[in-house]
Structure formats: structure tokens, C-alpha cells
Design a protein around this ligand. Structure first.
Ligand SMILES: Nc1ncnc2c1ncn2[C@@H]1O[C@H](COP(=O)(O)OP(=O)(O)O)[C@@H](O)[C@H]1O
Ligand SMILES: CC(C)(COP(=O)(O)O)[C@@H](O)C(=O)O
Length: 290
């Protein structure tokens, strides 16, 4: 079987605006329903052949310079073991982990895609999504991110899981700005009974028909969720005063706002990250060196 010397793959991230954990009885797995935006920034992975699994995570600035190196990633290692493949993986992301960008899911998907090509295993996109989904829900690092990033757009997931009903709309054309105030690990929040109860109470099942409606629905969920931190509250208030659509990123200690006017408001509170809606989600495309 032909193997590549090095393979790379990229997977977009996903920002949840609202969600509710739902068990998928038919699959015996947890999942969630909710709404989010598939974004054009995420995780790139490079894989080279190795008999062992080794993962190094590079967190970079927007200019690509490495700010932090972390050895190991439990979600990526778990997924490679499940797939029965080995490889030396380097992940690269210019967004922070544990901040509501769905990067655990993106790191698993891009790493499985790259590693499967260097080992010659050639997993299909569907196999990659299935392993990524099962890894995420078993480690509680995500519930709905993998179904969302399997396509593009801003999404309304009406039923849970990879086979769930997902409505995708693509008319979110303006830039999205995100301000982040630090980590909020997903597994910790999902393990708190009170937090899950608050999420269930805050959830409304409506699917938005426009970007403005999306940000309004997400903003209402932020208010009702009880997750809003003092920093997030200040930014949301400033956005409301300026009539800028905004919501708290789930699950991260941050705010996402719509349109270029958000930049000036955010700049008073920190360094905003600019991103756009991804039209495609994960495509499986990537360069290989033979
Ligand atoms: N770029 C990355 N490369 C490898 N693993 C990552 C990356 N980003 C996140 N992870 C893994 O996912 C875990 C965080 O999961 P979670 O709290 O769900 O964050 P997120 O909101 O980014 O999905 C991290 O502790 C790390 O193990
Ligand atoms: C909100 C969350 C449970 C976690 O999202 P993240 O923090 O980005 O991993 C997501 O997977 C969802 O189901 O909507």
C-alpha cells in the first residue's frame, strides 16, 4: 500500500451560541441540539509515519509565531487509538483551546485525516466523523461540534448526532469578532448537574432565518444560561448600547459579535480575533508529500 511521507489536513472550528444535551437512544450515545457557526479558523495537523502515537500542540499568534507548545492531547490520542493508527502529529492553531471554538473536535478530525493518509489507512470522511464524534462524547470535550463541522454555514441542529437533522444557512457574510477572557473547559461544565439544568431551562428550540436572528437567539440564551461572567457581561452591555448583535461563546469565557462595527467596541476590552463563517466545513482536502 502506498504511503505518504507527510500529510497535512485542516478542520474548521465551531462556535456554539446555544445548546442542550440530548441522549441519542438509537445509538446509545450522548449528543446535543442547538445552534452555532462553523468558522474559517480551526486546527491544522501534520502527520509523519511512526510506530507510536505522539502528539505535539502548537498554539500560535495570528502571524504564525509559536506562543506555546503542549506535549500530548488526550482527545487526539484517544481517537488515533480507536482508529488503530499511529503517527507523529503536530497540531497548529491560532485560536486558544477550551474557549468555545470547538477545537477539540477540529484537532481530532484534522489529525485523523492526516494520520490516516500517512499510514495508508485512508479513512473516509464518514469514518473520521464517527470516530471523532464518539471520542468527543466519551471524553465530554464536545457534543455537537463534530456534526456541525461536517458541513459549513451557521447551523441549527434540531436533533442530535451525526445523523441528526441539521439546518444550514449560508448568508452570514459579515466578519465575526470574538473576544476571549480565558479557558472554560467543556468537560468540567458538562459534569456539573446545576449547569446542565440551567442549560436545559435556557434552551429554546427555534431555528433562526437570518444572521441577525441567529445572534438574537444566541444572545437570549447567553442571558438565561447563567454562565455570563463579569467581563462577558460588560462586553455584552457595550454591544447592546451600540446595537451590535452579540452573544457569549459556548462553552468559553468570551463574546462573539457580528459585523465590522464590533471591532471598535471590543478593542476597549482586549484584542479581538476576526473570523468568518466557513461555507464548507471539513472538506478532507490537504497536501501530501510522497
Ligand atoms: N489545537 C489542538 N490540538 C490538540 N488538542 C487540542 C487542541 N485544542 C484543543 N485540544 C484538546 O481539547 C481539549 C479541550 O477541549 P474543550 O474544553 O472542549 O475545548 P474546545 O472548546 O477548544 O473544544 C484540550 O485540553 C486539548 O486536549
Ligand atoms: C457547547 C458544546 C457542548 C461544547 O463546545 P466547545 O466548548 O466549543 O467544545 C458543543 O459541543 C455543543 O454541543 O454545542
Amino acid at each position: 500500500m502506498e504511503r505518504d511521507r507527510e500529510a497535512v489536513a485542516f478542520c474548521p472550528g465551531h462556535i456554539s451560541g446555544w445548546f442542550k444535551p440530548v441522549f441519542i437512544a438509537a445509538e446509545g450515545l450522548p449528543g446535543s441540539v442547538g445552534g452555532g457557526i462553523v468558522i474559517d479558523r480551526g486546527v491544522g495537523s501534520t502527520a509523519v509515519p511512526s510506530d507510536e502515537i505522539k502528539v505535539t500542540c502548537l498554539y500560535t499568534g495570528s502571524d504564525g509565531s509559536v506562543l506555546k507548545t503542549v506535549e500530548g492531547s488526550s482527545p487526539v490520542e484517544h481517537a488515533l487509538k480507536t482508529a488503530g493508527i499511529t503517527g507523529e502529529i503536530v497540531t497548529r492553531s491560532d485560536l486558544p483551546p477550551e474557549s468555545g471554538f470547538g477545537l477539540s473536535g477540529a484537532a481530532i478530525v484534522s489529525s485523523l485525516a492526516a494520520a490516516s493518509r500517512v499510514t495508508g489507512t485512508r479513512l473516509s470522511k464518514e469514518q473520521i466523523f464517527r470516530i471523532a464524534y464518539e471520542t468527543e462524547v466519551s471524553l465530554r470535550t464536545g457534543l455537537g461540534d463534530v456534526p456541525a463541522i461536517a458541513g459549513g454555514g451557521y447551523v441549527c441542529r434540531r436533533s442530535p448526532g451525526l445523523k441528526g437533522e441539521i439546518i444550514r444557512r449560508y448568508d452570514m457574510e459579515q466578519p465575526i469578532f470574538v473576544l476571549n477572557f480565558g479557558p472554560l473547559p467543556t468537560a468540567g461544565v458538562l459534569g456539573e448537574e446545576n449547569a446542565v439544568k440551567r442549560i436545559e431551562d435556557a434552551y429554546s428550540g427555534s431555528c433562526p432565518g437570518s444572521p441577525e436572528e441567529f445572534f438574537r437567539t444566541a444572545g437570549e440564551f447567553s442571558e438565561r444560561s447563567g454562565f455570563v461572567t463579569p467581563e462577558v457581561c460588560d462586553v455584552l452591555s457595550a454591544c447592546a448600547s451600540g446595537k451590535i448583535p452579540a452573544f457569549m461563546t459556548m462553552l468559553g469565557n468570551g463574546v462573539a459579535a457580528y459585523g465590522s462595527r464590533a471591532f471598535a467596541v471590543f478593542r476597549d476590552f482586549g484584542t479581538p480575533e476576526e473570523m468568518h463563517m466557513s461555507k464548507t466545513g471539513f472538506t478532507g482536502d490537504g497536501g501530501d508529500k510522497k
